[in-house]
Design a protein around this ligand. Structure first.
Ligand code: UDP
Length: 239
């Protein structure tokens, strides 16, 4: 494959909330379009892109259990929410001529493909964006863990976690103007300092498989592109 980028295959984790923009629920059409365009920008650099999308803009199992729905049922609803987001992203990508495939950890025939790592890699090698939905397919997990898992399975050389802040800080930068941003961090520091970048299972999986993890703000113009070009952007967590 001919590419000038240091990263040939990346796994991007997008939270459901990232698709919500300033709305209180659901998918914001403008943000959806901008997200698709940012993905297209890296596809045009010959980077193979896998996406894991969350569902927090629609349902989260833990929130549903607070309103009386059994946790496992709530998690199943959360996983289905990620399918809706994935379909919306597939549609937005297709509108701008990016070929994309939704692959679900739960079988939903007629709507999307069932996940298989081998098939996913074939799609990526054929320059299709693969959107992984339904998380791990199991309750009690998060889409952060699904993202680490898929990144490892598809042999991505970088996992990118898009957040609302432009990296990992030693305190909440929204509440504390003196918070300092880390340029790099080790997995162990991230875990022992409980920096809250992703859930612990996800960070531990990355550590066990030496998967570098870059944390950045997708709404910052060009941030995703700079990350895949190997430039300083956000925070890089590695061994
Ligand atoms: N979920 C699950 N198993 C998984 C991934 C997700 O049960 O492997 C459910 C869980 O209820 C979660 C919801 O799907 O709250 C949405 O995922 P997540 O909270 O990770 O979305 P995000 O915060 O990234 O929008």
């Amino acid at each position: 494959m001919s590419t000038t980028t240091p990263h040939q295959r990346v796994l991007l984790k997008l939270s459901g909330e990232a698709l919500m923009g300033d709305d209180r629920f659901g998918i914001n059409a403008e943000i959806l379009g901008q997200t698709a365009q940012a993905v297209k920008d890296i596809v045009q650099q010959n980077v193979q892109v896998g996406l894991v999308v969350g569902g927090g803009n629609i349902f989260r199992g833990v929130d549903l259990s607070a309103s009386g729905i059994e946790r496992v049922t709530g998690d199943q609803m959360g996983m289905l929410a990620t399918v809706m987001n994935g379909l919306a992203l597939q549609d937005a990508l297709k509108k701008i001529d990016v070929d994309a495939r939704v692959m679900s950890a739960l079988r939903i025939d007629g709507v999307c493909e069932h996940y298989s790592s081998r098939q996913a890699i074939q799609h990526l090698e054929a320059s299709k964006v693969v959107i992984f939905v339904a998380g791990t397919g199991n309750p009690l997990f998060t889409t952060d863990s699904a993202a680490s898992l898929r990144a490892i399975e598809i042999k991505a050389d970088l996992m990118i976690k898009a957040t609302k802040v432009d990296g990992v800080y030693d305190a909440d930068p929204v509440k504390n103007p003196n918070a300092n941003k880390f340029t790099t961090l080790s997995y162990d520091e991230t875990i022992t300092r409980q920096l809250g970048v992703m859930d612990m299972t996800a960070v531990v999986l990355c550590r066990e498989h030496n998967m570098p993890l870059q944390v950045l703000n997708m709404s910052k113009s060009g941030a995703l592109l700079r990350a895949v070009m190997g430039q300083n952007e956000g925070t890089l967590i590695h061994s």
